[in-house]
Design a protein around this ligand. Structure first.
Ligand code: ZN
Ligand code: FE
Length: 241
């Protein structure tokens, strides 16, 4: 394991993710939407920032980018498809591209659905997925710009990653997602156990994430949907829940 990820709680319920590569000490921040707490977290971790990674253009993921960049003078990586509405990019990436980070590389996975230009980053070394607003623990992003078929296909790519992948998502939505998951899948024993652990973590003031992909595959109603039609139905139900 050479890459580790820790959540930095910002805004109402967002997480930026602080990544550390242990061989070179390289440090990156994902979706720094609020500069002050992020600069503090970076200073606390040694005061070094080598890279800013962006999953999508929404303000609750990018609002602090310019201030953090100005403070640490580091490159910003984001989707070429959304260059026109992202902060200035130093590396504009698309599906299949790799991003060099210290001694390791991240793979870029395009996951349209929540937004058209959404991307996720996967670090095979460390087994870390930055899933933005595509995949949440027990949930998935709302379809603001994409179709259910696009989101289903995006989630299909994420489902194919190794089962021990750590899902580092953009929001602490797990408890509210759990209420919906339990409503649509009340007899799922693994789900009840999963929700019990989430409640313990939240009651102790801890983040419920990252979660493990192999667990999500058994409990997340959007990953359990076997085809586009059932995914569409679950998504529509959640939108009205
Ligand atoms: Zn978003
Ligand atoms: Fe968001």
């Amino acid at each position: 394991m050479t890459v580790t990820a820790s959540p930095v709680p910002i805004l109402n319920d967002n997480y930026a993710w602080l990544l550390r590569e242990s061989v070179t000490g390289a440090t990156a921040i994902v979706d720094p939407a609020d500069a002050q707490p992020i600069i503090e977290a970076i200073e606390k971790a040694g005061g070094r920032l080598d890279m800013i990674l962006l999953t999508h253009h929404h303000a609750d993921h990018i609002a602090g980018v310019d201030e953090v960049r100005a403070r640490f003078n580091c490159p910003v990586v984001g989707a070429v498809a959304d260059m026109h509405r992202l902060p200035k990019l130093d590396q504009a990436v698309k599906e299949g591209d790799t991003v060099r980070f210290g001694d390791v590389t991240a793979e870029v996975i395009e996951t349209p659905g929540h937004t058209r230009g959404q991307i996720n980053f996967f670090f095979p070394d460390g087994g870390i997925l930055l899933s933005g607003d595509t995949l949440f623990s027990l949930g998935c992003g709302r379809l603001i710009e994409g179709t259910p078929a696009e989101m289903f296909d995006s989630l299909r790519k994420l489902k194919a990653l190794p089962a021990d992948t750590l899902v580092c998502c953009g929001h602490e939505y797990t408890e509210s997602n759990a209420r919906f998951a339990l409503a649509v899948d009340p007899d799922n024993k693994a789900l009840h156990e999963f929700v019990g652990k989430v409640e313990q973590l939240r009651a102790a003031g801890q983040p419920s994430v990252p979660s493990v992909l192999g667990d999500e595959l058994k409990v997340n109603p959007f990953l359990l949907a076997p085809d586009v039609a059932s995914f569409t139905a679950v998504r529509a139900k959640k939108d009205k829940f």
